[in-house]
Design a protein around this ligand. Structure first.
Ligand SMILES: Nc1nc2c(c(=O)[nH]1)N[C@H]1C(S)=C(S)[C@@H](COP(=O)(O)O)O[C@H]1N2
Ligand SMILES: [Mo]
Length: 387
């Protein structure tokens, strides 16, 4: 048995166990995307300029994936995109502590070992930065296998008091910001409502793809809020604070805030919203050719609502169902592949759309709300290619 067959069998087992895909979603056992199969070559997009390239990882800088070259279902830790607004702090695993403070019956403190000795669980989750989009050909994205402890259990142990409203998650990374001529030291932080924080899948993760959480990804422990944009996943976390007021820090109230025009009870208004759960989104990332046959491949991500279908449209043709990788789970990315038979020589436009089981369909660019900020760029992404 070759390794491909073995992993395919394992994928199927995994898919049966999770029940993540909606009944009726196309599932094809022998689909091998994402690894390029033997003899397959990439057909270059004509919408990606020659100047587009992915720099190697550099300390303290943003790093993105070249999505044409997604080579594995789980993104290698070194390839998984990197975003940090205050640099990448050095944290010593031995002296690191996580504290739970504020409106709790018992303030708690944990070492890394304390967390590792508790009930641990594992899960797949993919996510993208709220600032991901067409300008980077969707490169601020990744999918990984995480191990850690449940946030809910720790909060229950601390005992959240009546009247508490929000839970703030602080990172170790601190930067000096100048506000009205005054320098203030501020830690990266994000907040969740009590209800959002208590979801059982929320994790304090200390392993990524079977390795101790790497420095760049928030060592020794990061928050993982499956189904949410990356900004919720606080890296280098060291304090969880429960309070009865809303936390209005920079990454809740100023950045990662979408400004768009929407209908508010019959009145068209420009309104802001904090970036929270991932919108329903798919994108084509590559076209491969082998022996004159073409395949169109891509990914979908959302808030965890089961997916009904992913479809592809070529030029002005009909929407046609793509095959979804059976390995997909509730919060993983969903990779898809479409057999493009008899692709004719010449220029083509290709686009994908994803539909969830509630009948929600990924918006076209025309259907997207008018928006000023570049956050939440989730509309259908039309690509161009020459066969
Ligand atoms: N402590 C801390 N956590 C953070 C950030 C940060 O700047 N500091 N950036 C957030 C943002 S905006 C994103 S998109 C994700 C990126 O996680 P990654 O670099 O592991 O891919 O981390 C989030 N967690
Ligand atoms: Mo982000």
């Amino acid at each position: 048995m070759n390794p491909e067959d073995k992993s395919r069998r394992e994928l199927l087992k995994g898919a049966l166990g999770t029940g993540a895909l909606a009944a009726g979603a196309a599932v094809v056992p022998n689909m091998i995307f994402p690894a390029l199969a033997q003899g397959e070559t990439l057909v270059p997009f004509t919408d990606v300029p020659d100047t587009f390239n992915v720099r190697p990882v550099r300390p303290n800088s943003t790093h993105y994936l070249d999505t044409r070259e997604i080579t594995s279902y789980f993104t290698d830790n070194d390839d998984f995109y990197l975003v940090q607004h205050y640099g990448q702090p050095e944290v010593d695993n031995d002296s690191w502590r996580l504290r739970i403070t504020g409106m709790v019956d018992n303030e708690l403190e944990f070492s890394l070992q304390d967390l590792m000795d508790r009930d641990v669980f594992e899960q797949q989750a993919g996510f993208e930065c709220g600032g991901n989009g067409r300008r980077l050909f969707q490169g601020l994205i990744g999918n990984a296998y995480w191990k850690g402890v449940g946030l809910q259990k720790l909060l229950e142990e601390a005992g959240i008091q009546n009247g508490a409203k929000e839970i703030v998650f602080f990172g170790t990374d601190i930067a000096t910001e100048e506000i009205r001529d005054t320098e203030v030291d501020k830690a990266f932080a994000r907040a969740l409502s009590i209800e959002d924080a208590m979801r059982p899948e929320n994790m304090l993760a200390f392993e990524m793809n079977g390795e101790p959480l790497p420095h760049y990804h928030g060592k020794p422990v990061r928050l993982l809020i499956p189904g949410w944009y990356g900004v919720a996943n606080v890296k280098w976390i060291n304090q969880i604070h429960v309070q009865d007021t809303r936390y209005m820090g920079r990454f809740m109230g100023r950045d990662y805030v979408t400004l768009k025009k929407v209908d508010v009870g019959g009145v068209e208004r420009w309104v802001e919203n904090s970036v929270t759960t991932m919108n329903l989104k798919s994108s084509i990332v590559r076209v491969v050719e082998s022996g004159g046959r073409h395949k169109i491949q891509g990914f979908a991500l959302n808030d965890g609502t089961p997916i009904e279908s992913i479809e592809v449209k070529i030029d002005n043709g009909p929407w046609q169902r793509a095959q979804i990788n059976p390995r997909s789970t509730k919060y993983s990315w969903k990779l898809f592949s479409f057999d493009w038979d008899n692709a004719s020589a010449g220029d083509h436009t290709i686009v994908s759309r994803v539909t969830d089981i509630n009948g929600e369909v990924q918006a076209t660019q025309e259907e997207m709300p008018e928006q000023v900020s570049f956050w939440e760029d989730f509309g259908q992404f039309t690509r161009t290619i020459t066969i």
